[in-house]
Structure formats: structure tokens, C-alpha cells
Write a protein of this length. Structure first.
Length: 721
């Protein structure tokens, strides 16, 4: 009876082995999906290996007693085995991010595979096969009357300018080489990076009938716009040719998209960081749009970086293509504000740098003006200069964007008599006041309650909000523009766009439709509107209070603030005919801050070089490598006791040098949902030394006994320290 090693979803610190052994009477290919018994449950599993030949009828060469092993319950025969390159990607991610194989592999698969019966799976695959036939899909769509928008004729490609042409040629050249480097596409906002992506995808698909393309975006709210563009351009390939993958999809939608990609029917997969683990049979091009964005780094589970895994996956897929003399898989990292890690890699020659220095149509860069709020009357929120600029845009029928990276009405509710503040009972944070539903909500644990009519401690009726969020800004702007009219004589309209207002499956698309149709004059939003969107009528962008990110403790804060502001500036003047009227206003109490000098020049290269010099002097990433050991417990003492014990174990392993452990400290957000949190920083001079240390160190954690400890996790290459 053959014995197979099967991966199941077990955490890294589980006392069970990473691979469990099961029997099955017939041969099974590696990568086959199965269901296996685990305790009293039946779980989804993945065949990872086969036991060595049996020495006897009942014992394998590895010493397993076949008679005592459980049998595989079901083999999902309708689904082809997962390819070797995908399994290698999972193995690398588990090894590098210090997680278990099963934890990484099974998290990347649709949960519905665990529940489908053989009949349900067969029906799903039959339906998918019909969609994957372009003629059938077009017929079905037109019969339903829903998508004559599908436009079955291929839309013409736009004419590229010389810089775009050079970028496209660099991508296609890299695909024909055997030793191609990752390509960093450094293009200003509005320089036409998306068109380069689409023409590169078209060339890739035309080169081979089975070729596939993976396009990653950092956030769900950027998916609809890009998905619409790709579906319109590649509509001639059929309804199932372009699919999306992100956490906002239903389980059924996610399963259909995964199956389409895995079967090869989906030629283009577009999604968030989840999609980097999509199973693709012939992947030849990977695009990571807005590659600088911190959202590519997962903050739970395996805590992987989708951008970094995309680079590694391109290497794996290239090795597969080299074996059949079919060129290489190229990864394109695109951004107007590249991450310092990618910029340093390009400067050192590890990445190939390709620039798009001009906007499409010779559009001008948005001039930036600083408004010194110290010269405004005390308590001013909207400067007189900004108000006049808003009125001018509305009168001309143009649009404006106000950026305030804080949602809610006010960050805190306060009593002026006794000093009470709306602190969360479960977190080291304040509950945010939301006026729209008169609630206090914690944005960390989700706890919510009705706003009290009086101070809970002294009974004072005069409790007031402190600070400002997007709700309050929307209210204030609406009041200031109450008498302002649009060119058609209608009153000015203000729309708020943040995580609170954009809810439901169609919430985002409805907001964007209002904006693109011209029904909105002023858009108030958080960082979700500051990047990636193509707003054609916006000619004014204003940063209301950007000072908070200038002096944060995290050494990455300047990089994030500069990227956010430069990306926001790029939302204005994207239409070449309006670019001469575009402007960005930055209301700040610190106009002398050096970051604003780079912003006014639109000089990301200069800013990045300056920041890299500072980091090199301080031996900070990317010139060193870090990991965080985080612990959560019922008390801060228990969390730090575990970390201290781990630190003591680690000190015995760093005698060789090159690795440094810092003392345990509480996390910046110390308590969340009644759970105390602490962390320990590990730093190394090179990546290999850090990985060697982490592997040895983690294996010793099982010996630590810490009463009250709830969980621990290693975060390799943390996005914030």
C-alpha cells in the first residue's frame, strides 16, 4: 500500500510534524489535492511526497507502520496537480518567513475545495469549461444582454511615446534572455505605466498560446479600475480570460477565479498580495504595480511580502522556461515612488532601471505650494488660499481632492472639566468619534458604543471632539462651500471616500462612478484615494494635515510620507489639457522640513538617495536585515517573560557574530482587544546570517514555558519596527 506525505494547515509551532503520512491504494502525483482525516475532522491536504519503498508488507523504509496509518479520504481528481514551480514557491516562503509548509500552502488555496463533493466539483469545472471557450462566453453574455460592454472586438492599443516604447522593448528583451534581472519601471504619475503593462501583457500572450500574466495591485480599491481596463483590452479572449483575486471576493468567486487560473483558462490574473500564490501553469510575466506600497507586506499569517515573493517566483518560473528553451519569466516593479529597497537594488545593478520621465501628452508636473499654517488665524482648518482655490475650480467645472489620512469625525472625545477622554476599554488607543451614527468606535478591536450625552466621570454636558477626521472635514467643507455654484447653477457637491463610507460590494464603484461622471466637485478622502486612480478632472489636490508622519518614531515614516504626498500630487492634472491648471497645496506647520523641498521638485530620486545615505550611516535596512519576534499574552509581564527567555536562548547562538538581539519592549500599540503585546528586534549584517540564526533559534522555542502566553510569531523583514 503506497504511503504519501500530505501537507495540512498546521501552524509552525504545532507539536505535529509538518508532513503527515496517509495511505492510498493508487499512485498519486505530487501536488495532488486530497481530503484527509485529522482528528475528528476532515481537512484539505496536498500530496507533497511519497514514502520510501516498503521493507516488508507493513513497514516502509522510514519505519512507518502502514497498518496504523489512516487512508486518504478523497482525491480531487478533477483538479490537475499543482505545478512544481508553485510548490517550490511555497517551500521557499515557508522557509524564509519561518512558517510551516502546510500553513503557507493551504492558505493559498480556496477554502471551498474542502467542502465540495465530487458532483459539485464536476459541475463547477463544467461551467468553467464553457466560460473558457471565447465563442460560448460571448454568446452567453450577449444573450443575457448584460455585456455588450464586453466589446468582443479587440480595442486598439495606444501609441507609445519613446520612453514607453523603450520600457516595452526592455521587458520583451528580458523575456528572451536566460539571465534577466527584475525590471524597476520608475515612471512619474500619469506617465503611462498601465499602458506599458497592457502592451507587455499582449505581447506575452501572443508569444505562446498557453502563456499567462500575473498583475499585482496593493489594495482592493485599485482592483476595479485596473480590472476594467484589462478586460476591455482583452475582451476578445473571452469572459474568463481576465480574473481577479482578492480577499473581498466571496468564497464562490474566489474558487472560480482560482480554478480558471489553475486550469490555464484565465490568461491574466489580477489581484492583491493573495494572488502571488495563484496556481498558474505557464506564467511568463509578473507586474507589481505601486510596488512601494506597504500593503504588499502581510501583517498576519505568514507575514510575507508579495513584492519580494513575486521577484523570487519569476526566478522559479524562468528556470522552468529555460528547461524547455522558452525564454524567461520577467517581473516588472512599477512605481512613481519606488521603495528604497528596490531603488537601492537598481542603483547597485541588481535590478534593471527603466524610466518614464514625462507625463502622457506632455502634461506638466503639478506645481506644489506650501501654506504655512502658522501664519493663518488660530484654529484655521481651511486656509483662505485653499478656499479661494476650491471656489475657482468649482466655478470652472473642475474637481478637487482633499487628503486627510484619518477617518471618522474626530480622533477622540474629551471633557474639558475633568480631562476624561474616550479611551478604549480593551486597547491602548482612543475610541474614534463618528458623528454620522453618533458612535464611539475603536479602529483596532472594533468595539463600539453610543456616544455619551455627558462625561461618564464628572457628568459635564460639555464634552467635545478633539482633532479632525474625514467626516468632520467633509462637514466643514460643505459649510464653507454652501453658497458656491457649479457652472450649471447647481450647488457644489462634496463626497467623502474612506473605509467607513465605501462599504458593500459595490460601494467603491458607486463612489468612483460619481467622481468620474462629474457629479462631485470636491472629494474628501484618506490615502485610499491618493494612489493609482486616474481622475481626469481633478486639478487641485490639498494635503490638510500631513505633519503627523514627519516626526514618527519609525525610520520608514519619511519614506511613507513622501510617497503618499508625491502620489497625491499625481492625482491632479492627469488630463494633458488641464495639467496647466493643476496645483497641489500642502497646509503645514513645518514648511522648513526637508521632505517638502523634494516634494516641490518632484524629485523622488534625490529624496531616495538622501534617505539611503542616512540609512547606510545608521546601518538600517536595506543595509541590514531585521526580524521581529512578537508575543501576545494576558499580561505584559507574561509576554516579555517569553521574549526574555527567547532572547537568552538566542544569545547562546550569536557567538559567531553578525547577529544582534535587542531587549524586549512593549509594542507601540501595547494592548489590543484585552491582549498585551511585546516584541524583540533581531538585526543582522546579511540575510544569510539572519536566516541561519532564525531557523536554529525558532526550533528552541518549544522548551520555553511561559504561563499566560497566548501566541507568538516571527515577522521577517517587518514593514514597521
Amino acid at each position: 500500500m503506497p504511503v504519501f506525505s500530505v501537507l495540512v494547515a498546521l501552524p509552525a509551532h504545532s507539536r505535529l510534524p509538518a508532513l503527515l503520512s496517509y495511505t492510498h491504494p493508487a499512485p498519486l502525483a505530487l501536488g495532488s489535492l486530497v481530503r484527509v482525516p485529522l482528528g475528528r475532522r476532515e481537512v484539505l491536504g496536498l500530496v507533497w511526497g511519497q514514502a520510501k519503498a516498503a521493507d516488508t508488507a507493513h513497514t516502509t523504509a522510514d519505519g512507518l507502520d502502514v497498518g496504523k496509518l489512516k487512508a486518504i479520504s478523497t482525491v480531487l481528481d478533477g483538479i490537475a496537480p499543482l505545478p512544481a514551480s508553485w510548490r517550490e514557491l511555497v517551500a521557499f516562503a515557508a522557509r524564509y518567513y519561518q512558517r510551516s509548509l502546510g500553513e503557507v500552502a493551504l492558505a493559498a488555496l480556496p477554502p471551498q475545495l474542502k467542502d465540495w463533493s465530487a458532483e459539485q466539483l464536476a459541475r463547477k469545472l463544467k461551467k468553467l469549461a464553457k466560460l473558457e471557450n471565447p465563442e460560448n462566453s460571448i454568446k452567453n453574455e450577449s444573450c443575457s444582454g448584460s455585456v455588450s460592454a464586453l466589446n468582443t472586438q479587440k480595442q486598439p492599443e495606444k501609441t507609445l511615446n519613446p520612453a514607453q516604447t523603450a520600457a516595452l522593448q526592455a521587458i520583451t528583451a528580458a523575456q528572451s534572455q536566460t539571465d534577466s534581472k527584475p525590471l524597476l519601471l520608475f515612471g512619474r504619475t500619469g506617465s503611462g505605466k498601465t499602458e506599458v503593462y497592457m502592451q507587455a501583457a499582449a505581447a506575452t500572450l501572443a508569444a505562446a498560446a498557453t502563456a499567462q500574466v500575473l498583475v499585482l495591485v496593493p489594495e482592493i480599491n485599485l482592483t476595479p479600475q485596473l480590472l476594467g481596463q484589462f478586460r476591455a483590452r482583452f475582451a476578445h479572449l473571452g469572459a474568463a480570460a481576465v480574473v481577479s483575486m482578492h480577499s473581498g471576493m466571496t468564497a464562490a468567486e474566489r474558487s472560480s477565479a482560482w480554478l480558471a487560473a489553475h486550469s490555464g483558462g484565465a490568461r491574466i490574473v489580477l489581484g492583491t498580495r493573495l494572488a502571488v500564490f495563484a496556481s498558474l501553469v505557464d506564467l511568463r510575466l509578473i507586474v507589481v504595480d505601486e510596488e512601494h506600497d506597504a500593503s504588499y507586506k502581510a501583517q498576519d499569517g505568514a507575514r510575507h511580502s508579495a513584492r519580494d515573493l513575486a521577484v523570487y517566483r519569476a526566478k522559479l518560473e524562468s528556470a522552468r522556461l529555460h528547461s524547455v528553451a522558452a525564454g524567461s519569466c520577467t517581473v516588472v516593479l512599477g512605481s512613481a515612488t519606488p521603495s528604497l529597497e528596490s531603488w537601492q537594488a537598481a542603483q547597485s545593478g541588481r535590478y534593471q532601471l527603466q524610466e518614464l520621465p514625462e507625463r502622457i501628452g506632455a502634461g506638466q508636473l503639478t506645481p506644489v505650494r506650501l501654506v504655512d499654517m502658522r501664519l493663518q488665524p488660530k484654529g484655521t482648518v481651511i486656509s483662505s488660499y485653499l478656499l479661494a482655490a476650491l471656489q475657482e475650480r468649482i466655478a470652472r467645472g473642475e474637481q478637487a481632492l482633499l487628503l486627510l489620512n484619518r477617518r471618522g469625525y474626530a480622533p477622540v472625545l474629551s471633557c474639558g472639566e475633568c480631562g476624561w477622554k474616550s479611551a478604549c476599554n480593551h486597547c491602548s488607543a482612543f475610541q474614534v468619534f463618528h458623528k454620522i451614527d453618533r458612535s464611539l468606535r475603536c479602529h483596532h478591536c472594533g468595539d463600539a458604543q453610543a456616544t455619551p450625552r455627558a462625561c461618564p466621570e464628572c457628568g459635564n454636558l460639555d464634552i467635545a471632539p478633539l482633532g479632525r477626521g474625514t467626516e468632520k472635514l467633509e462637514e466643514e467643507i460643505s459649510a464653507l462651500l454652501a453658497g458656491v455654484q457649479r457652472p450649471d447653477g447647481q450647488p457644489a457637491r462634496v463626497l467623502r471616500m474612506d473605509a467607513d463610507s465605501v462599504k458593500g460590494k459595490d460601494g467603491l464603484s458607486q463612489h468612483l462612478e460619481q467622481l468620474h461622471s462629474g457629479a462631485v466637485d470636491v472629494l474628501v478622502g484618506t490615502q485610499m484615494v491618493a494612489k493609482g486612480h486616474d481622475f481626469r478632472r481633478i486639478t487641485l489636490v490639498a494635503a490638510i494635515n500631513p505633519d503627523g508622519g514627519l516626526f514618527a518614531a519609525d525610520f520608514r515614516a519619511p519614506e511613507r510620507s513622501a510617497a503618499l504626498l508625491m502620489q497625491a500630487a499625481g492625482r491632479a492634472g492627469r488630463d494633458a489639457d488641464l495639467s496647466g491648471k493643476a496645483q497641489m497645496l500642502v497646509q503645514t506647520f513645518n514648511p522648513e522640513h526637508p521632505l517638502f523641498t523634494w516634494l516641490m521638485r518632484h524629485d523622488w530620486a534625490g529624496f531616495a538617495s538622501s534617505q539611503l545615505q542616512e540609512r547606510h550611516m545608521a546601518a538600517m535596512p536595506p543595509f541590514s536585515f531585521q526580524a521581529l519576534l512578537r508575543a501576545e499574552a494576558r499580561t505584559q509581564e507574561a509576554a516579555q517573560a517569553f521574549l526574555q527567555a527567547a532572547c537568552d536562548l538566542g544569545q547562546a547562538l550569536v557567538a559567531e557574530g553578525g547577529v544582534m538581539l535587542y531587549a524586549p519592549v512593549p509594542m507601540a500599540m501595547q494592548r489590543v482587544a484585552n491582549t498585551e503585546r511585546a516584541q524583540l528586534l533581531v538585526e543582522a549584517e546579511n540575510r544569510a546570517a539572519l536566516q541561519k540564526f532564525l531557523t536554529r533559534w525558532r526550533s528552541q522555542f518549544v522548551s520555553i514555558r511561559s504561563p499566560g502566553l497566548l501566541r507568538w510569531a516571527l515577522d521577517v523583514d517587518p514593514a514597521a519596527v
